[in-house]
Ligand binder design. Sequence first.
Ligand code: GLC
Length: 438
Amino acid sequence: MLLSLFLQGKAQEKKIFNETDAQKEARLAWWVNDRFGMFIHWGLYSMPARHEWIKNYERLTDSAYQKYFDLYNPDLYNPREWARQAKAAGMKYAVITTKHHEGFCLFDSKFTDYKATNTAAKKDLIKEWVEAFRAEGLKVGFYYSLIDWHHPDFTIDRVHPQRPNDPKDYDRLNKGRDMEKYRAYLKNQLKELMTNYGKIDILWTDFSYPGEHGKDHNDWNSLELIKMIRKLQPGIIINDRLDLGEYDDGGDFATPEQYKVSEWPTRNGKRIHWETCQTFSGSWGYYRDETSWKDNKQLLVLLIESVSKGGNLLLNVGPTSRGTFDVRAQERLKGMGEWMQVNGRAIYGCTEAPAEFKRPDNSLLTYNPTTKRLYVHLLDYPLQRFELPGLKGKVKYAQLLSDGSEIKMRGTDKGDLALDLPVRKPNDEIPVIELVLQ
Ligand code: GLC
């Protein structure tokens, strides 16, 4: 029993790197503080404009997909304008697809012809992007697809556009394809990305799908890759999709995709770093006819709720094939920016509130442990009197965050704190009360 507990303890500590918890916290400090980033999915799939998985969904062959490469022409591409909008929305970092599953590279790679420099774009789109985002003071991250539906050595698996209906056909279809060669390609390209663009703050690898006709860390040689990446970019933060979950440090943060976590995620009983990635409307790539766009309030709740559970939000924009942000995306970024401009203090540097603070109905709490301020986000604006359970005597001062105006308060006999809110809802989508704690 004791021995097995000991072994279990050992197994939990299986690590790749010699980094202490404190060193890891220091490496991730800016990211934990910043909380809000922009994801950008851009590629040839912005032309069919009906999902970035179009090649898979419609089982398109390379030759059927070729017209998108031949006609790709992002003539309105202006990454400085993207960066300006990201910053105005309150985002502090951004992650762009350097290559998505379709295999097309937005960067100039020595190891393929299937790249932006060989299209009408005629340039390394990533280089310009990195410069533009850095110039706005945003941290820069690369998304890199482990999957590649264009590379001739990438074996056909269950998510490949050329997947067979009859599993018996896999062997025949994969004759001549050599994952060894693909692994070298993967490594070479990641090396280029980690060497040719200066300091890269985040690497977002995507994704592993172990099991029958799937791919796992052995297919990518993930262990070797992560060692190379951290060596070339010692400060980089890496997501958790290399399938190295058996190691404590096989990824820096968890990536719940398109769903809200019910509580702060844990591993072996310990709270972990996490970031939810979300879209405005469902697909990641530009999808012209999608009508399922979230509204401003839903998006703000997504952000606030993530921070209220100790996490980040990476919110995606899928630019058009001309290289612009769709009007619907621009409107939403603007809406979030208006709120963030006055309420950002309830997001940056904030996290889950200590358990002693109970969340009143229809609200979310965030907390800044450095300034010791508690934020009550009013999702459904109440009538004048608003009670905070158990807070009598614990608050020095209360104000509306957006205009810094005092909110009168008094302790109740039950030990609660009663606040006198203005009857009229302040002009914020979600008003925030800032409580300066004793
Ligand atoms: C998924 C999808 C993909 C998207 C990604 C973002 O794994 O394959 O299209 O890029 O998630 O999280």
